[in-house]
Design a protein around this ligand. Structure first.
Ligand code: PMP
Length: 303
């Protein structure tokens, strides 16, 4: 388990850890009605660099829009959000790279199963940046649980309640001795992992399920695609069959807390050579650099 830093932003100010609580009768608790994101904060030379903060804020706003939470973007701008993140980091003063989890909770008490016009509160907490899958090679199991489709609980919205789907599939994978799951949709096409996007490499082409494949539109997924295209690699975003993964030269995953990790086994089948592949290694190195160094793309916000 990751260590949580003691000062937490809740509502409109910093509070101690014990005071950052939600009411048992709030929609956030009753229905899982919160949206969230997690981003990487790199620490170097007394400076905090938040990775693609603008995109994370945008995804929170978009998630609110999908769910119908309409009070958050009336009260919060990117500038105000960045200032709150900065205040939280400086209060905790971590001397290392960390993750920040930002959530918008619907704090209104028993309004019923609705989403509009309800009170919300932002929370921000800083925690230890531990990867959620082995970085040297993950072993994945196709889940017995299917991904929730866009017309049921949209995977494009990063909403807390929807993560029951991920909990079911991740626990099923762990119970079966694997590191994580592969979600399929109801037609058997590949979606993603419990909390990461998936890529395969075949004949030097990088292939990943499209944004209409019931996935979260991962910010690291986008980063990998941009890095690959900048290097002149061929990238396809399309429907992916499970058996394409089985015969891929390389499979890898991306995510804030998955980083970029090779997949070495799926459903008791060895993937590629059963080790880190050359394209995965190349993209991982570039991704690691992107997390820490200013680039012409201005992915990093100095906080
Ligand atoms: N899919 C799911 C279901 C996730 O929870 C995550 C983690 N946020 C990802 C993909 C990867 O997204 P990102 O690269 O933005 O962290």
């Amino acid at each position: 388990m990751s260590r949580i830093y003691p000062h937490i932003y809740f509502g409109d100010r910093l509070v101690d850890s014990e005071a950052a609580t939600l009411h048992v009768a709030s929609s956030a608790v009753l229905y899982g009605l919160s949206v969230y994101t997690v981003f990487n904060v790199h620490y170097a030379n007394d400076t905090y660099l938040a990775f693609r903060l603008r995109d994370h804020f945008r995804r929170i706003v978009d998630s609110c829009r999908i769910i119908g939470i309409d009070t958050f973007d009336q009260e919060w701008t990117l500038e105000k959000f960045s200032a709150a993140v900065q205040e939280t980091l400086h209060a905790n003063d971590p001397q290392t790279t960390t993750f920040v989890r930002a959530s918008v909770h619907v704090t209104q008490l028993i309004p019923g199963t609705r989403s509009r016009g309800l009170k919300t509160a932002l929370s921000l907490f800083v925690y230890e940046a531990l990867p959620i899958v082995p970085q040297t090679g993950a072993r994945l199991k196709t889940s017995v649980w299917r991904r929730t489709p866009d017309n049921s609980i949209p995977s494009r919205a990063k909403v807390n309640g929807a993560y029951i789907n991920s909990v079911l599939a991740k626990q099923d994978a762990i119970d079966s001795g694997y590191d994580d799951c592969i979600f399929l949709d109801n037609d058997g096409h590949v979606c993603e992992l419990s909390a990461a996007n998936i890529f395969l490499v075949r004949d030097k082409t990088i292939i990943t399920p499209s944004t209409t494949s019931d996935i979260l539109e991962g910010i690291n997924r986008r980063t990998i695609i941009e890095i690959a295209q900048d290097r002149g690699m061929r990238v396809e975003e399309r429907t992916v069959d499970l058996t394409e993964l089985y015969i891929a030269d390389e499979v890898f995953i991306s995510g804030t807390s998955a980083y970029v990790a090779p997949v070495i086994e799926i459903d008791a089948r060895r993937i590629g050579n059963g080790e880190d592949g050359p394209i995965t290694a190349q993209l991982r190195t570039a991704h690691t650099k992107a997390l820490a160094e200013q680039s012409d793309k201005q992915w990093l916000s100095v906080l």
